[in-house]
Design a protein. Structure first.
Lengths: 483, 1033
């Protein structure tokens, strides 16, 4: 692995500057730490020393979004029971799937089986002035339909959960590539203070289709560890090792941190090691996180009207709670917020499965959009709702659907996205994207563009290549962007 | 231009930036193609004008001289040697016409003026190409033998630069460095003091040799190797389930400790199974081929994953031994290096004979008995084999018995003598199960499937007396696992059988069962049954054994079994009476009968006759063939079936079963490891166009060495094997491996490789600024018999290694990355060593080498997103809690979070080097992880019991333990302040002290004042958190 040269250089410059400042002010570390009790002093003095500015300066293109909230519907939602109406499939229900649709295509668990059309199991309804037709269970989402760009022509190369998540997050099915959140923090830095720039939250639905999610989905890959996503957990310590040991008070913990930093500064005077200034800043950051993260997680401080809007109870660990946390993270300047809501893997019982999911996500998604909008954050927050793939128009086991990557639906809103439109379409049976197919690299390229980044220019040397989120592919799709 | 600046350029320091001060026209040394031209052309031109034949634009290739000198499609000649003004390349570089300018704008590549004039000068000088540096066999530069050779080659380029080597580090720094580098553990203060006072000239050398001989050396060296081969305890994809592979890790440790020559080490791992009469250890080594990521995900397609495994293995060979990014040629010929897609798939074909499940669980692996276990295992094996041979003998003495057994079997094919099946007049179920009486008089359950049920069967009597009642459970295709029960595994539990007579007139009266026997009684899953078996008796025990106990048949589901109940003589009946049989099935979890049949016996002798075990369907079919018409194989099968029940062989069977069970019980205590088992024939390997596994029309390829590195082998009739690959990798004809390996070791001892791109020695890598040094080391390694300890010894004995790591501001500015090696490096130690340091200083470390992976404390719920199956992390109890870091359980999708914070790789891909980050999570781990709190508390107890009896004495002692030096007065004061403040606070709040001291599995030692111990614990925490503690300098 090669740490990018520009990263090294930038770090060196920072360190040199910091060492200089440290000397001049007789230990900026101790000063900043003392300011912990006075946050007004803190923000300027303490957070600044180790702030990663990002390599994209200036922006490659004018940015329209500052941050991303990515709602990952893990398991692979059926587009046919959510956002892609297919009356023809209903007509063909029970008949053999025409071979012309499926020949030579990837199939997962239905390999070698008789393929039978399976009509949509739920009713659809038109919403908003755009008249978009989506499943009637999504009444709340329908009420904000005009904010949304529905992409009905999404495709993926992967068809099993684990590689498909990797592909959606990193643009590669090979482990070891950075996730989009890591790329963004590397490229743009973060505005968050005492919080990581890339945060992940997970929730599990009622159906219990609990497909595993690997931590590699928020890993920095070949980028340095500082760009990794941090998993904020609903239970236990919200961040691993966040809690001060039992029996140690917060003031004692501060004493220990202060002692460590003072000793490190004293040692620095002898060895003159630039890493020590960084170490001091990291201890400050860690100590700040011990306060800032619990404050962030304190959802009960929200007014009742907001809790009612999302339909959540403080501490219930639900997707709705995570949406509310996502908004709080967005307010605090976190660059990339990714929510995983599991339980969309409906090989069987797709009807009841989607009914459950709709109850869990419909209001919460609406609330997130509404809440962001009323705080004027939707303008520059790019919200994406997507599974790792969709589901087959063919039946599996009589009441379910198999994995499917030839065409499925995602939606986006806010942050420069063209609102109130439907982009692309699948064929009449909902099998393949035929109108404006959008692949994962295109999606990434377009998202980066909205964030002010030319996807061909955000690259890092890795194994001799200028490695990019979009690999050697990807095109910016104007049809997804507001004019 | 002054000479020093130029000289630095020649050595390729931080590259061309320095040149911006230079004038381009000055006379000086000729442009170096490999160091200056090729990297520039590669990075800016090769993507379109390089080796990828499918992507060449304008008919121009710049990677080969003969092509660059030929007219391109446009008719222009890119390079005219000696004539820059006639060279199209020069014109394109300088033109301002956007249509002609190179590199094109969309490439986002630009050349500086300095780079342009360098290319011009190179063309003026004749545009000579030279073979890529790494593809030339290394030649040994002239240098003194031994460690002095390193110093000579390091210092020669420094001459005249004004830079001089740093002085030797002070002794305590030097010893701490040496200990951390060679063993991964900090030295004890006693060792430091002894070294500081040792004035003998070989004081340092003796310590090097002692540490090289320490078993800790192998553990230390293993860490880097385990990274690069991606060793982990779990499969990686999706469910990320465990696999048995830790013996491979121990093999690596042993190999470094006994200094296995690296060429043998290579052969054993790639092809241990192909060596003549491979030892157990060589087979364990071949487990290398099984270390890749695999999947068990349902719906994964075998062809897809077959392609993934192939590419994974090729990437591994590229990373580990060749320093080549061969993986890039999966979809197309390489963009920068002369690697073709054919090379890629031909390399993959070497591994097509690795036998494995493509999608699915890994096998348990080969038994790996240790030295103590091996003789016992062999004894078990001999015992079983001897009995087996005896049992499988011809048994001529049984000819008669076999004949009569066959006759009996044929006679009883259609029912047992003395028993008559009986169809119920009515069959009902209390919980709503549908019961249907079928033509064969059996009853089939269907419909609603309650947890428990009671069936009632009513028979219209036609007998005068009954001696017995039989309940047969029958298999049926409609039932789970073919029944006879309705539980998922086909089992049932008949918890109680009751029967009574309802006379046509008068009181009904119960029947009494006197005895019960069954064709099988389940002994599995007796943890829910205190009586040790699911017996026939418990079906007529009036539930004295409990309502949920009864008769069950696992594992023999899917076939017929029967329960026979004897009735006492009082069961006199009249025609017209109704017999009511009640089958209670109160066990739960759907353990109800799915298909069954009732039979009755009127004769007591039928009741006491042995229960015939109905033969399996296959045997029934043979029995139905007239004996004279049976084929040899059928007769054989029949005899083998007979053998399993012949009463004459009962004793032998029992012995064999006992011996097998003893062997199995013993095997369960023996380690297992995945090894390479050769598949014959190997899988077919085809070139996959664009890497797409769904295209199966690509050319079939056989194993072959990369065409650009090795001559084609003439022995076309011999399919090359993994052993051939290994032999070539470690042959003198391979220019890469020695350099790649030496470079990696160099990084371990100096912080950065001589070529800093550790895993790419291709055109996009870095030609080493000091290639002579790298080549000298490579030759030393190769010619010295691939002797790793010799190489390491050379490095650490050199004066270069022993230098101080501090740099003056001037040197830091001039050589920030330490490419000149005019000082030692300093860096934060690896994740494993952070842990080892805390355990060593606290005294908690358990020094055991090898064994199953250990599980230190881990935050609850960290594995909550793992599934199939749901995983709980059970932290090791006792010794397992205090093992060295390298033994920590490596869960690929969720690596231990304290390790992840310190840059431990997930080992999903080969990791040739780790990043060295400095992030807040590291502070959170060292401050709050119970492992470190416990270590601090234990260290505090040591301070209070082993150190001098004063605060300052204790503080100084603690400093020496932690960082091998005394504190400065200032440092002493800082730690004393913390101690005094917290001692006061804990005295005022004893509860808090008690809570702090409770953290960790090991108990706090008795007899120490809790408040004092708690305060010292916080002092110890501060010391454990020091930058210096986790820094090797």
């Amino acid at each position: 692995m090669t740490i990018p040269e520009e990263f090294r250089q930038s770090l060196r410059q920072q360190q040199t500057r910091r060492v200089f400042l440290g000397r001049a002010s007789q230990g900026v570390g101790a000063l900043a730490l003392a300011s912990l009790l006075r946050p007004d002093v803190l923000s300027a003095a303490a957070a600044a020393p180790d702030r990663w500015p990002g390599v994209v300066t200036p922006f490659h293109v004018p940015p329209r979004a500052k941050r991303v909230i990515w709602l990952t519907m893990a398991g692979g939602p059926s587009h046919l029971e959510t956002f892609d109406p297919k009356p023809k499939l209903a007509e063909m229900h029970g008949q053999p799937m025409p071979d012309s649709f499926t020949r030579g295509k990837q199939i997962a668990q239905l390999q070698g089986q008789k393929l039978t059309c399976f009509g949509p199991q739920l009713k659809f309804q038109r919403f908003g002035s755009s008249g978009v037709e989506i499943c009637e269970l999504f009444q709340h989402l329908g009420s904000v339909a005009d904010e949304i760009c529905w992409v009905r022509s999404m495709t993926s190369e992967a068809i099993n959960h684990d590689p498909a998540h990797m592909f959606m997050n990193t643009g590669s099915q090979i482990a070891g590539r950075p996730s989009m959140g890591s790329w963004l923090v590397y490229g743009l830095g973060t505005d968050a203070q005492a919080l990581p720039g890339f945060v992940v939250l997970t929730s599990l639905g009622r159906g219990g289709q609990n497909q595993p999610i690997a931590a590699r989905q928020w890993a920095p890959g070949f980028l340095p560890s500082r760009f990794q996503g941090v998993h904020l957990r609903g239970r236990g310590e919200p961040v691993l090792y966040l809690e001060t040991p039992d029996g140690v008070t917060r003031s004692q913990q501060r004493d220990v941190v202060e002692t460590v930093n003072r000793l490190n500064a004293q040692h620095d005077a002898v060895v003159d090691d630039p890493e020590i200034a960084t170490r001091i800043a990291q201890y400050e950051m860690a100590f700040q996180m011990q306060a800032s993260v619990p404050e962030l997680m304190e959802v009960s401080s929200e007014p009742k009207s907001i809790l009612d809007l999302y339909g959540c109870q403080p501490g219930d660990g639900s997707f709705a709670s995570n949406c509310l946390l996502a908004r709080r993270l967005a307010e605090r300047g976190v660059r990339f917020i990714q929510l995983y809501h599991k339980d969309w893997d409906h090989h069987g019982g797709v009807k009841q499965g989607v009914e459950f999911k709709a109850q869990e996500v419909d209001r919460a998604c609406m609330a997130l959009i509404t809440d962001l909008k009323q705080r004027d954050l939707l303008r520059d927050t790019l919200v994406v709702w997507a599974g790792e793939f969709g589901r087959t128009p063919m039946s599996q086991g009589g009441d379910g659907r198999d994995h499917h990557n030839a065409g499925f639906t995602i939606w986006m809103c806010g942050g420069g996205v063209r609102s109130g439109t439907v982009y692309g379409a699948t064929d009449e049976l909902g099998y393949a994207a035929v109108d404006n197919p959008l692949d994962v690299h295109d999606l990434h390229a377009t998202m980066l563009q909205l964030l002010g980044i030319d996807h061909t220019r955000l690259s890092v040397k890795f194994q001799g290549l200028d490695a990019r989120l979009t690999g050697i592919a990807g095109r910016v799709v104007p049809g997804l962007m507001a004019g | 231009m002054d000479f020093t600046r130029l000289h630095r350029l020649r050595n390729g320091l931080t590259g061309l930036a320095f040149l911006s001060f230079a004038t381009a026209t000055c006379a000086g040394p000729r442009v170096d193609f490999n160091r200056e031209v090729r990297p520039l052309l590669s990075d800016t031109c090769f993507a379109c004008h390089g080796p990828d034949a499918g992507k060449v634009k304008g008919g121009l290739r710049l990677d080969r001289r003969e092509d660059a000198l030929r007219p391109a499609k446009s008719g222009h000649i890119a390079i005219v040697p000696g004539k820059p003004d006639e060279s199209e390349l020069v014109r394109r570089l300088s033109t301002t016409d956007p249509d002609d300018a190179m590199p094109p704008a969309e490439s986002h590549k630009t050349l500086t003026e300095v780079q342009k004039s360098m290319l011009r000068r190179w063309i003026t000088e004749g545009a000579e190409y030279r073979g890529h540096w790494a593809y030339q066999i290394p030649e040994r530069p002239v240098a003194p033998a031994g460690p002095a050779g390193i110093d000579f080659l390091v210092q020669r380029p420094l001459q005249g630069t004004g830079v001089s080597p740093a002085p030797e580090a002070d002794r305590r720094t030097l010893l701490r460095r040496l200990h951390l580098d060679l063993t991964g553990l900090p030295p004890s203060p006693v060792e430091v003091a002894a070294f500081e006072q040792d004035a003998s000239p070989d004081a340092y050398e003796r310590r090097v040799d002692r540490l090289l001989a320490s078993p800790r050396y192998g553990e230390r060296m293993a860490i880097g190797w385990l990274d690069v081969v991606r060793f982990a305890d779990t499969i990686g994809y999706h469910s990320d389930t465990p696999r048995n592979v830790w013996p491979y890790r121990d093999y690596v440790i042993r190999s470094f400790n006994r200094n296995t020559p690296f060429d043998r080490f290579t052969r054993e791992q790639l092809a241990g199974d192909l060596l003549p009469a491979p030892s157990q250890e060589q087979l364990v080594a071949s487990g290398f081929n099984r270390l890749l990521l695999t999947t068990e995900e349902g719906g994964a397609q075998a062809k897809d994953y077959e392609a993934r495994y192939l590419t994974d293995r090729v990437r591994a060979v590229g990373s580990i031994w060749l320093g080549q990014t061969i993986g890039c040629a999966q979809c197309h010929d390489h963009k920068f290096d002369p690697i073709t897609a054919r090379d890629f798939y031909s390399m993959g074909a070497f591994f097509a004979d690795v036998s494995e499940a493509i999608v699915g669980a890994r096998e348990p692996g080969m038994l790996i008995p240790n030295e103590d276990q091996a003789p016992t295992l062999a004894r078990h094996e001999v015992a079983v084999n001897a009995l087996q041979r005896e049992f499988e003998g011809p048994h001529a003495e049984l000819t008669e018995a076999f004949q009569s057994w066959q006759r009996e079997q044929i006679e009883s094919l259609d029912g047992d003598a003395g028993w008559t099946t009986w169809a119920p007049a009515a069959a009902t179920a209390s919980e709503g199960t549908t019961l249907t009486v079928r033509e064969d008089r059996s009853v089939l359950a269907s419909g609603k499937k309650p947890e428990r049920d009671t069936y009632q069967l009513r028979f219209t009597n036609q007998w005068s007396a009954l001696a017995g009642l039989q309940i047969e459970g029958l298999p049926d295709d409609s039932l789970p696992s073919k029944g006879p029960g309705r539980a998922g595994n086909g089992n049932f539990v008949l918890t109680e059988v009751l029967a009574h007579i309802e006379p046509a007139a008068g009181e009904s009266r119960p029947l009494r069962f006197t005895e019960s026997r069954a064709s099988i009684e389940q002994t599995l899953h007796v943890e829910k049954n205190p009586y040790g078996r699911w017996s026939a008796a418990s079906a007529i025990d009036a539930d004295v054994r409990g309502e949920s106990a009864g008769w069950a048949i696992l594992p023999e589901t899917g076939r017929q079994h029967s329960l026979r109940l004897g009735l006492d003589g009082a069961s006199k009946l009249s025609t017209g009476d109704t017999l009511v049989v009640e089958l209670r099935q109160r066990h739960g979890d759907h353990h109800t009968l799915g298909r069954f049949r009732i039979a009755v016996a009127t004769n007591a002798s039928a009741v006491t006759a042995p229960i015939r075990r109905p033969p399996p369907a296959e045997i029934v079919a043979i029995l139905r063939v007239p004996p004279g018409d049976r084929e040899e194989s059928q007769r054989d099968k029949l005899f083998r079936h007979y053998r399993e029940q012949a009463p004459e062989l009962a004793a032998l069977r029992e012995q064999l079963a006992t011996a097998r069970k003893a062997r199995a019980d013993f095997e369960a205590t023996v380690a297992r490891s995945l090894v390479t088992v050769r598949a014959d024939p190997p899988r077919t390997v085809r070139i996959l166009p664009r890497g797409n596994w769904m295209i199966e029309t690509g050319t079939e390829v056989a194993p072959a060495l990369p065409g650009y590195l090795a001559p084609v082998r003439g022995d076309a009739d011999h399919r090359l094997s993994r052993l051939d690959l290994a032999d070539w990798i470690v042959s003198p004809g391979n220019p890469l491996t020695t350099r790649v390996v030496v470079n990696r070791f160099w990084r371990q001892f100096f912080g950065m490789g001589l070529s800093k791109v550790i895993d790419d020695f291709g055109a996009q890598g870095e030609a080493p600024p000091n290639q002579e040094l790298l080549d000298w080391l490579a030759c030393e390694f190769r010619d010295g018999g691939w002797d790793v300890k010799h190489l390491v010894r050379l490095m650490v004995l050199s004066a270069t290694y022993r230098q101080d790591s501090r740099a003056s501001r001037e040197l830091l500015a001039r050589d920030p990355e330490n490419r000149l090696l005019a000082r030692q490096g300093r860096w934060r130690i690896e994740a494993e060593l952070v842990r080892d340091t805390a355990l060593t200083v606290s005294g908690l470390l358990i020094p055991q080498i090898g064994g199953p992976s250990a599980k230190p404390y881990q935050p609850a719920g960290y594995w909550e997103n793992l599934n199939f199956p749901v995983r709980n992390y059970d932290a090791s109890a006792d010794a397992g809690q205090y093992r060295r870091g390298l033994y920590t359980w490596w869960q690929r999708s969720y690596v231990h979070p304290s390790f992840l914070a310190f840059d431990a790789p997930t080992r999903e891909e080969c990791a040739a080097e780790r990043s060295r980050s400095n992030i807040p999570q590291q502070a959170l781990v060292l401050l709050n992880d119970p492992s470190y709190v416990e270590a601090a508390r234990t260290f505090a107890a040591r301070i209070l019991t082993e150190a001098p009896d004063s605060d300052d004495g204790r503080l100084s002692w603690a400093w020496r333990q932690m960082v091998a030096r005394n504190p400065t007065p200032e440092e002493l004061a800082t730690t004393r302040d913390l101690l005094e403040k917290h001692r006061g606070e804990f005295r005022a709040d004893p509860g808090a002290a008690a809570r702090l001291l409770k953290i960790g599995a090991s108990p706090a030692p008795p007899g120490l004042d809790p408040a004092t111990l708690a305060a010292w614990t916080n002092v110890a925490r501060a010391l454990l958190n020091l930058h210096e503690t986790i820094t090797r300098s």
